[in-house]
Design a protein. Structure first.
Length: 122
């Protein structure tokens, strides 16, 4: 089982943007009942890696695994239960460095986190 499946990610992106969601269950929560920050970051990290690979392939025609070398997250809010959704969009796609910005939103489209990742091809 891959990590994305283990945490319950469901992919639903089309077009240039990558999208996925997680229906929050009790094991995703911290002791206060809010979503564990690692779940939010994991959703963004997994989604952005795939988005980087797809963007790199579109630009270069080369299928390469894109290793994340930097991740910057701004945690803006949290929620209890519900569903979180993420959308990843390329900011810059180059032969050496690809930058992806991911927004993670909760119920009522509330912005929970903005995550920027930098990837390099291997």
């Amino acid at each position: 089982m891959t990590f994305d499946a283990y945490i319950g990610m469901q992919f639903d992106g089309d077009g240039r943007d990558a999208a996925a969601k997680i229906r929050i269950e009790p094991h995703h929560c911290n002791p206060t009942g809010n979503i564990n920050g690692g779940v939010i970051i994991s959703l963004a990290d997994n989604l952005s890696t795939g988005a980087a690979g797809r963007a790199y392939l579109e630009k270069t025609g080369e299928r390469r695994f894109m290793v994340g070398v930097d991740l910057h997250a701004v945690m803006l809010a949290n929620q209890q239960g519900g569903t979180i959704r993420a959308v990843s969009r390329p900011v810059r796609v180059g032969r050496r460095i690809t930058v992806i910005r991911t927004e993670v939103r909760g119920d009522d489209d509330r912005l929970l986190a903005e995550v920027t990742t930098t990837h390099v091809p291997t």
